[in-house]
Design a protein around this ligand. Structure first.
Ligand code: MLT
Length: 275
């Protein structure tokens, strides 16, 4: 695995190959490492670049106010600076919010979209308020204690029973995050708008992936995105695929990396065929 810091965001080659890369954006409160096992299962020849979003992993916060739009612009700038003209942008949960913002703000860059355990809708008032409480707690305590309990909700019932080895790994990834990064991400997510219309306008292949046991971004949210991407108003009618990953929750990428990699490899084939 190689790493380079480019204009604030750290990038990591997680799978070697050529042509249009997959750019893998992580969920909260994690970093690129959540994608490493999944990338290892991609079909041969597919290049995969993991990115640490602002304030996560090896990427600094750069003084911008918290915003998903800023995160999307930072990914775009980082990739352009690295010589990548376009990419299949794949986001898990919070990474999916960033992927949709990228498709909205830099449509020419996004050759395909992978939306994994995520949603295009905005927060409810209750979710919004909870995020601001978590951000305030991280700021006040200067710890990530407020999010240490998350893994119990992130993984599904099957993993809770049969994949206990994931818990210490997730715990170590979360403990490695900075309180400032956690607060920034919560405030950024709280401020994001509904981006369902981005999918209605998107003209390239879309893969939607969801864990069958995901209670955070459940199947109904995935179906909503598939309908939007394949809606008659959209240019991409028929191009949106839905993959339901059995035995996994919100962290399907980590719980069953091989199944998610299969869906993303297929998306890559579709993007290459589409161009
Ligand atoms: C994530 O996995 O990125 C978060 O659960 C997203 C969110 O809080 O909406």
């Amino acid at each position: 695995m190689t790493s380079q810091a480019t204009r604030n965001l750290a990038t990591f080659t997680l799978h070697d190959g050529g042509g249009v890369p997959l750019v893998l954006l992580h969920g909260f409160p994690l970093d690129h490492r959540m994608w490493a096992a999944c990338a290892g299962y991609l079909a041969p020849g597919i290049r995969a670049i993991g990115v640490d979003l602002p304030g996560a992993g090896h990427s600094d916060l750069d003084g911008y106010p918290p915003s998903i739009e800023h995160a999307a612009d930072a990914v775009y700038r980082t990739m352009i600076a690295a010589g990548e003209g376009n990419a299949v942008v794949v986001g898990h949960s919070m990474g999916g919010y960033v992927a949709l913002a990228l498709a909205e703000r830099h449509p020419g860059f996004v050759a395909g979209l992978g939306l994994v355990n995520t949603k295009s809708t905005a927060d409810t008032d209750e979710a919004h308020a909870k995020r601001l409480r978590i951000a305030a707690a991280a700021d006040a305590s200067q710890t990530v204690d407020a999010v240490l309990g998350m893994p119990a909700n992130l993984v599904g019932a099957t993993s809770t029973e049969r994949r206990r080895h994931l818990f210490p790994v997730l715990d170590s990834w979360i403990r490695a995050q900075s309180p400032a990064g956690v607060a920034w991400a919560q405030r950024a997510m709280a401020a994001r708008p509904d981006r369902t219309a981005v999918l209605e306008r998107f003209g390239s292949p879309v893969a939607v992936v969801v864990g069958a046991e995901d209670s955070i971004t459940p199947l109904a949210e995935a179906e909503h995105m598939v309908r939007a991407a394949g809606s008659p108003a959209g240019l991409s009618a028929g191009d949106a695929a839905l993959t339901l990953v059995p035995g996994t929750g919100h962290l399907s990428v980590v719980e069953d990396p091989q199944a998610v990699a299969a869906a993303l490899s297929l998306l890559h084939v579709q993007v290459v065929a589409h161009h």
